[in-house]
Design a protein around this ligand. Structure first.
Ligand code: ADP
Ligand code: MG
Length: 679
């Protein structure tokens, strides 16, 4: 019987539908549905010896039962064990059957954590057993993730049946397992589903157990294999080879007014080589904020235009897209390039006009938001797509882009450094160029953490900064619940600052402004007509005003590390020494404290990303961008680096030598999730 078929034993339709909710549709899915945790019902702990806050099983006689009505209706049962100690069992939700189970004089077992309660030591909602004549379990009891209506005993029975029906041969070659010192898969599954006696809960939760290692390895291997196959598919795909003759890039470089850094030059060399290939480039240009990614992508655009193709540059926000538009216009318009702008908020007539000029090929370079990849936009001969701040786009947008330009070269840019383990796993299909050098003459940004009660001192600093001819950003707190409230706060802030700093010109930019209004405010700030720019977090990405030397961020404790780092990167772009003041309000959560400490102590985006990963775990780190990506169920990218490296080494060998093993392995691990890969 093949894996794909239904189960080889009978399961009721209602159970089948509940299994489907758990993404279980065959015996392998069942076998890989591993316990979330284990309960230890193998021995009895005397109440007197029980540690607080640790799950224990006690055996005791009910001496009193009572329903209390305050503060709410609840069942409270007093029990006493052979050590003579008393304990309360408390149930906020209960059924008549439970009252019967816990009748006075009954001997019961209760499994739970003891804590100090109002009346004395108590267990809240312990698991109760009355079948004590059955004796104790011999091994730990697995507890599975489940859904409503599917109880643990049923799941356990189904998993047992599945384990018995699995084919006996391993999925990976025996020689490979020996070399990696990993146990057979079937043994590992048996072990984890019904751990042998003598293993403790602590042992079982230890990720270094050979059985866990095997499962984690298999999972990481599946990920490596699918990423590699996606890559092979791309390399076998066709794209036109783009070779420039330098008639645009040469003068562009000559007019820049600065020399490229070595890191920028290296990135451009790598991109130039990619563009000349006849399969699509899929390259990520990674560089900390301010490292100069824009000129690198402009040179890539120049090459594609020289080769006679159209280029589209997509940015995640209108403000950023407009900034790019202005910059590109400044660079390209004098060279006679036809350049255009496209966004969702554009007037219909203008949009229609741009659209037709894109379709007939008049426009060579177009810059905009994701509106660029709306269904009705048709390019004449799109050769290169550049995506800025790539991590800000969601899956849907990336899919739209993929559909438009499967055979088009793609250059993605990101200032959010991807930690090495993530780069090796989720981003294994990308080639990466790193700009690991800032343009010369920058002075490091001085970061200060200031309690918001000292706000007036910060206002003085703003005055001082502007008196020296420099400019400042003042970022208003993020108010997630309400955009209106956030706007109100921003308006209030402008009034307050204007009141304390009457000699300064203060501007406001926020998400509700119309694009033309935003552009006008930004232009005034760029020209220095506005000295202090109060902003909601819309300025977060990519805005470039070298004369801005002070960044004040209110309620910094509410923001994530990546966001703080991005915001701080808006200053320190010119040669003058810059400051970033992080205002915080107490009380601070532990997480907020940890984040502020990281941002205070580090300037290097890579290090910040690494610590962010550590604080939040990869799932959250990837955030919305990765929604829909198959996340790892068992492996942990931080703890299991060694396994990840092994999987990465083994994957190409298997693909080359044992394609049937690869197929089987992927089918087993990714059957329902494969669709998301490669986006
Ligand atoms: P990011 O990588 O954050 O997108 P930008 O491309 O906006 O950074 O560049 C930041 C600033 O540094 C811009 O003002 C840009 O003109 C300037 N810049 C870029 N490369 C160099 C260089 N090699 N030398 C001097 N200034 C540079
Ligand atoms: Mg940028």
């Amino acid at each position: 019987m093949s894996d794909k078929s239904q189960f080889p034993f009978s399961i009721s339709p209602s159970t089948l539908s509940k299994l489907a909710k758990l993404n279980i549709s065959n015996i392998w899915d069942l076998a890989l549905h591993l316990p979330l945790r284990y309960e230890d019902e193998t021995h009895i702990t005397p109440i007197a010896d029980a540690q607080l806050g640790v799950p224990v099983q006690i055996e005791a006689t009910v001496i009193h039962q009572q329903i209390q009505f305050r503060p709410r209706r609840q069942l409270v049962v007093q029990v006493k064990d052979v050590s003579g100690h008393m304990l309360y069992l408390r149930f906020i939700h209960f059924y008549p059957t439970q009252q019967k189970q816990l009748a006075q004089g009954n001997v019961i077992r209760a499994l739970g954590e003891i804590r100090h309660g109002f009346l004395g030591d108590e267990m809240v909602h312990p698991k109760i057993r009355t079948d004590i004549e059955k004796g104790l379990s011999e091994s730990l009891t697995p507890i599975y993730p489940t859904v409503n209506g599917l109880n643990q005993p049923t799941l356990r029975r189904l998993v047992d049946s599945a384990l018995k029906s699995l084919p006996a041969d391993d999925t990976l070659p025996v020689s490979l397992l020996e070399q990696l010192q990993l146990p057979p898969l079937i043994d590992s599954l048996h072990f984890l589903h019904s751990p042998p006696p003598l293993y403790t809960v602590r042992d079982l939760h230890e990720g270094t157990l050979p059985a866990w290692q095997r499962l984690k390895f298999d999972e990481l291997l599946a990920q490596q294999l699918s990423m590699r196959l996606a890559r092979h598919q791309r390399l076998n795909g066709h794209a036109l080879s783009l070779n420039g003759d330098g008639h645009i890039s040469q003068p562009l470089l000559a007019n820049l007014g600065f020399e490229l850094t070595h890191a920028q030059q290296r990135a451009i060399r790598e991109i130039t080589l990619d563009l000349a290939q006849n399969h699509p480039m899929h390259r990520l240009l990674q560089g900390d904020v301010g490292s100069g990614k824009t000129i690198v992508c402009a040179l890539a655009a120049a090459i594609a235009i020289e080769a006679g193709f159209q280029v589209a540059v997509m940015a995640p926000t209108e403000i950023l897209a407009e900034q790019h538009y202005l910059k590109f216009q400044h660079w390209f318009a004098p060279l006679g390039i036809q350049i255009a702008w496209l966004s969702g908020s554009m007037r219909k007539k203008a949009r229609e006009e741009t659209k037709s000029l894109l379709t007939n090929g008049t426009i060579q370079l177009v810059i905009g938001t994701h509106a660029l990849f709306s269904e009705d936009i048709e390019f004449n001969n799109l050769g290169l797509v550049i995506v800025d701040e790539q991590h800000r786009f969601g899956v849907a947008q990336r899919l739209a882009l993929k559909n438009k330009g499967d055979s088009v070269h793609q250059l993605m840019m990101s200032a959010t450094p991807i930690p090495r383990t993530l780069a090796m796993s989720f981003f294994a299909d990308l080639d990466v160029s790193v700009i690991d050098e800032l343009p010369p003459g920058r002075t490091p940004i001085i970061t200060r953490l200031v309690n918001s009660s000292r706000r007036h001192e910060v206002e003085k600093l703003v005055r001082h900064t502007c008196a020296q001819g420099q400019q400042a950003y003042w970022v208003c707190p993020l108010i997630e619940e309400s955009e209106v409230l956030q706007l109100q706060t921003a308006v209030d802030t402008v009034a307050e600052l204007q009141n304390s700093l009457p000699e300064l010109t203060i501007g406001l930019v926020h998400g509700r402004l119309k694009p033309v209004e935003k552009a006008a405010v930004m232009a005034a700030f760029v020209q220095g007509d506005i000295q202090v720019l109060v902003a909601t977090t819309v300025i977060e990405v990519g805005v470039d005003v070298p004369n801005a030397a002070l960044m004040v961020i209110e309620h910094a404790e509410r923001m994530g590390l990546a966001q703080l780092h991005q915001l701080r990167g808006r200053v320190g772009r010119g040669a003058a020494s810059s400051r970033c003041v992080l205002l915080f309000s107490e009380p601070l959560s532990d997480m907020a404290k940890a984040r502020l400490k990281v941002i205070y102590e580090n300037n290097d985006g890579f290090e910040i990303a690494r610590q962010d990963l550590h604080l939040r775990g990869p799932g959250e780190f990837l955030g919305a961008r990765q929604s829909g990506m198959p996340m790892l169920r068992f492996a942990n990218l931080e703890e299991d680096l060694a396994l990840l490296e092994k999987a990465r080494d083994v994957a190409p060998m298997l693909i080359a030598q044992q394609p049937e093993v690869v197929k089987k392995h992927l089918h087993r691990w990714l059957s329902q999730r494969a669709a998301y890969l490669g986006v």
